[in-house]
Design a protein around this ligand. Structure first.
Ligand SMILES: Cc1ncc(C[n+]2csc(CCOP(=O)(O)OP(=O)(O)O)c2C)c(N)n1
Length: 589
């Protein structure tokens, strides 16, 4: 029995998955299929022996996004195991986002052996190529079948993957051709597992990674030479794309820069920064839209990618001084306006080098620059005006939600903001209360797919999590409810029902006919939300006023599981109110 394919398929599957546990991976997501049966059974054994957390799910697309959420929140790689064929194609959307958002995911897909490729065999496609455009590595075990993959081949694969993950985060695809028989008889399974158990189960094999040399960095020297800490400057912090485990250090480094300069900070809601950071300017997007280009700074220190703000983009385009852009471990260009000198090794390394090269040993709080105080005051004034306006016009709107939720959702409880309107509204209307917790949004590729599954993944690690989402983004990934045990995840969903993609109304209202907007863009769907929630056994509440939101949050928090709060938006009223609010702010500025 020991040399049979049946034995080898199961034994190698156990070995492979256990090696991944040895390099620190503990979340596995499994999608059903028969070609992947040896891997599934092996994962089941590792789960039974307490070595891994195992989640099963039906839809591979949602599974990939679910992995993305878990990986982001836990700062630990996640494995998704699928069968062959279109199952693999369904992983591409999450791979694209993982690539752009710099998140580790390992896709393990089962395939037919080489003898069955390119000859019309059932469910046999060129799946080894499907994810290559988004994955930093596309690997395979022996093409004739896992049973012919040697122990050392497996170990080499693990070392390669470990090293790649240390070099730069992102998705990896490992395709595994498996020869039949795919199932192992119960009596044989027991015997194989006993052999495996003795040799591997409680032994942690180490996979030493050869030294990764620090690349010499001319860019770093160039920036350090050019940046003048005594002159005026502005710090712009975009969405955080580093690892959650580095966030504390990232904040310390940012604090150092701010202390040394006294510069103001314009921060994105998902920048990951602390609310206590000095120099934070509220409602900076409104300030720059009022002041147009008249904000005079000598230099810009940009951290992370560009926020979703056309106003910011225009401002940056019109700024002629030097732009320095610090990225978290991403060698790709991240400046669409192509004006900055880009440094890829992260803020922490940059600040250490800066202190070293400029010979700074004593980090004292430099007084805030006059322009910093001025901007902070302007932000405060706008904040008051928004509050005053909302107190008079208290109908619920998308911008009033963006303004109020960061204040009433409990501090330290995380929030995920869906792509499309919510993230844009939060950038404009939320105050610095937003930074009292970690906020997430996935705009690496700006898809609206995967919203629910990503949120569920984050909430498995950090909860209670509030997901603020538009109705279409929510519906797009409704299969997220098929993720195992979804209803028991401590996730609260604030569903902004503006009857389709209202963002298009905002963008095109003045140029397209109502027919065109309704039929070509809006995608208004008549969903019975209550029944949809009931079908998945999710507690559901629909509210009509802003006043009720706080109560609704309390209601949802009293349920330690998933809950949906729906807010219906009157879109005509919303658009009118938004215009009036801006007019009010501009008139009273
Ligand atoms: C996968 C994907 N398909 C299509 C789009 C284009 N798109 C951008 S926003 C949007 C509508 C989003 O609607 P909703 O979630 O209701 O948000 P809101 O109307 O509040 O903006 C669509 C379809 C996209 N970003 N991603």
């Amino acid at each position: 029995m020991t040399s049979s394919i049946e034995f080898q398929n199961f034994f190698r599957s156990l070995q492979l998955l256990k090696f991944f546990v040895d390099i620190g991976i503990n979340h596995f997501i499994l999608c059903p299929g028969s070609r992947s049966a040896p891997l599934a059974i092996a994962a089941g054994e590792l789960f039974r022996t307490g070595k891994i957390k195992l989640i099963n799910t039906l839809d591979e697309r949602s599974a990939g996004f679910h992995a993305l959420g878990i990986s982001t929140a836990s700062a630990n790689n996640v494995i998704v195991i699928t069968t062959s064929g279109t199952a693999v194609a369904n992983l591409l959307p999450s791979a694209v986002e993982a690539d752009r958002s710099c998140i580790n995911i390992l896709y393990i897909t089962a395939d037919r052996p080489l003898r069955l490729k390119n000859c019309g065999a059932n469910q046999t496609v060129n799946q080894e190529e499907f994810l290559s455009s988004a994955c930093k590595l596309s690997l395979s075990t022996n093409l004739n079948g896992l049973h012919q993959t040697s122990d050392s081949d497996l170990k080499n694969l693990i070392s390669l993957i470990s090293r790649e993950n240390l070099l730069k985060p992102g998705p990896i695809h490992l395709n595994i051709p498996i020869e039949k028989p795919l199932l192992i008889l119960n009596k044989n399974k027991k015997r194989v597992f006993e052999i495996f158990d003795k040799e591997y189960i409680n032994k942690n094999i180490s996979f030493p990674v050869s030294e990764i040399k620090n690349e010499s960095c001319k860019v770093e020297e160039k920036i350090i030479k050019q940046i003048n800490l005594d002159h005026s400057g502005l710090i712009i912090v975009g969405p955080y794309r580093g690892s959650t485990s580095n966030l504390l250090e990232f904040n310390k480094s940012l604090e150092i820069i701010q202390k040394l300069t006294g510069w103001p900070i314009f921060a994105d809601p998902v920048s990951g920064i602390n609310s206590s950071l000095r120099g934070l300017v509220d409602h900076w997007e409104i300030i720059i839209s009022i002041n147009k280009i008249s904000l005079n700074f000598e230099q810009l220190l940009r951290i992370g990618p560009m926020s979703s703000s056309n106003i910011l983009e225009d401002f940056l385009l019109n700024f002629d001084g030097p732009h320095f852009l610090i990225k978290e471990n991403d060698s790709r260009y991240l400046d669409p306006i192509k004006k900055s000198i880009e440094y890829q090794f992260g803020l922490n390394k940059f600040v250490n080098q800066l202190l070293d090269k400029k010979d700074i040993t004593n980090i004292r709080n430099k007084a805030l620059m006059p322009i910093t105080n001025e901007l902070i005051d302007k932000g405060k004034r706008i904040k008051k005006q928004i509050k005053k306006y909302l107190s008079i016009n208290d109908h619920i709107t998308e911008f009033s939600i963006a303004n109020l939720v960061p204040e009433i959702w409990p501090k330290n409880n995380p929030i995920m903001i869906s792509a499309s309107s919510p993230i844009r509204d939060w950038l404009t209307f939320s105050g610095k209360e937003v930074f009292s917790r970690r906020c997430f949004s996935f705009r690496g590729a700006s898809g609206i797919d995967g919203t629910l599954s990503i949120a569920q993944g984050i909430a498995r690690i950090m909860n209670p999590l509030l997901l603020v989402t538009g109705d279409l983004s929510f519906l797009h990934d409704i299969n997220g409810w098929l993720n195992q045990d979804a209803k028991n995840i401590n996730l609260k969903i604030l569903l902004i029902d503006n009857h389709g993609g209202n963002i298009f109304n905002r963008l095109y209202k003045n140029n397209l006919t109502k027919f065109e907007i309704d039929n070509l863009f809006l995608m208004k769907r008549h969903v019975n939300w209550k029944k949809l929630a009931e079908a998945h056994e999710i507690p559901y509440l629909s509210i009509l006023s802003l006043e009720k939101l706080k109560e609704a949050f309390q209601w949802s928090l009293s349920i330690k599981k998933s809950a949906i709060i729906r807010v219906e938006i009157n879109t005509d009223y919303e658009i009118k109110q938004r215009e009036d609010l801006f007019k009010y702010i501009f008139d009273n500025y």
